[in-house]
Write a protein that binds this ligand. Structure first.
Ligand SMILES: Nc1ncnc2c1ncn2[C@@H]1O[C@H](COP(=O)(O)OP(=O)(O)OP(=O)(O)O)[C@@H](O)[C@H]1O
Ligand SMILES: [Mg+2]
Length: 309
């Protein structure tokens, strides 16, 4: 594949249009004297070296369609330069259905403007354990019947569709929740089975999962308040996380961030929506109780219901 970024600026060569095409010329007439160039046709041009290092690719930002890029208003750290390069920094965590990598995106002409993102890459169906069962997808429509048939046939394409389906689903949840103001990583872009998102850190390191932390009583209480507020906002929007646990919540210092959202379910549209919500409440309350906070899932559930209707 040739890249426009690899092009070198070439001097203007009068007459080449007429040399190569026999049809009428649409360009300005050739004149002996160089006409003054309209400034609106002049643009800054920077040449980029070819990429040959392993683990590098050109930024995929402009390759994906606009709806596959993150919602507005975009955080100012998002790198949109056409000349940016993505560099693999290594694997962050292997999961049951996806692996999460760290990827740096930076324009070689502006290295300080670079950013490290988390890249969540879904595996094909045969490489993951199917713990997200059909119950999650009940009530979801699959519009493309070719895809549906492929899934049933379990063809190679079917496996790609299945992996992509979860990626698309998580992308939809991330963009929606981020736009609602929920504490989720900013979704930068989706490309097939890969989602690039904000890397959640604390002190420059990947933020620990809530399960790994031992917060002080004051911080514990603050975490619980944050969680209740986040769940209330989701329930107001008719959504349930569906796989909430202290393993799918990151603790970025004193701030909690919800992650792992491919299975987000419709509270009302899914026949088990309320069961999923109750289970989410129970999972988090159990953890808070074990850390010494008086958290009751029935009380939390009731609280959330008051927000839903
Ligand atoms: N945006 C992020 N910022 C920082 N760390 C992240 C981010 N996304 C994921 N991680 C890390 O990667 C792990 C796996 O991510 P996630 O839970 O989304 O995937 P998963 O395939 O469902 O994994 P698992 O099966 O372990 O639940 C998380 O527990 C977290 O440690
Ligand atoms: Mg997870």
């Amino acid at each position: 594949m040739t890249s426009p970024r690899g092009l070198e600026p070439s001097p203007p060569s009068p007459g080449t249009t007429a040399d190569r095409f026999s049809g009428p010329s649409f360009g300005p007439p050739d004149t002996a004297a160089e006409p003054a160039v309209d400034p609106s046709y002049v643009f800054d041009f920077a040449a980029y070296d070819d990429l040959d290092a392993p683990g590098q690719r050109w930024s995929t930002w402009l390759q994906v369609e606009p709806l596959s890029r993150g919602p507005e208003p975009r955080p100012d750290w998002v790198v949109t330069s056409q000349g940016a390069v993505d560099t693999e920094l290594g694997i962050l965590k292997t999961g049951k259905e996806a692996d999460v990598f760290l990827v740096e995106r930076a324009d070689p002409h502006d290295p300080d403007g670079g950013v490290v993102m988390a890249a969540k890459r879904y595996r094909s169906a045969e490489h993951r354990s199917f713990h997200r069962a059909a119950a999650y997808t009940e009530g979801r429509s699959m519009k493309r019947s070719r895809d549906e048939r492929a899934l049933k046939r379990k063809s190679t394409w079917g496996r790609v569709v299945a992996a992509g389906e979860w990626a698309v689903s998580e992308w939809g949840a991330l963009t929606r929740l981020w736009s609602l103001g929920l504490p989720v990583p900013y979704p930068v872009q989706i490309d097939g089975t890969e989602i690039l998102m904000e890397w959640i850190t604390h002190d420059g390191e990947t933020a620990p999962r809530l399960a790994q932390t031992r917060p002080s009583p004051a911080l514990l209480a603050s975490y619980y308040d944050q969680l209740r507020d986040a769940l209330a906002l989701m329930v107001q929007a008719g959504l349930v996380h569906g796989d909430l646990s202290p393993y799918n919540i990151l603790a970025a210092g004193d701030r909690l961030v919800l992650i792992d959202l491919p299975q987000v379910v419709d509270l009302v549209g899914n026949p088990q929506g309320f069961d999923f919500l109750m289970r989410d409440c129970a999972n988090v309350c159990r953890w808070f109780r074990a850390r010494g906070l008086d958290a009751d899932e029935h009380e939390l559930f009731g609280d959330l219901m008051a927000h839903a209707f």
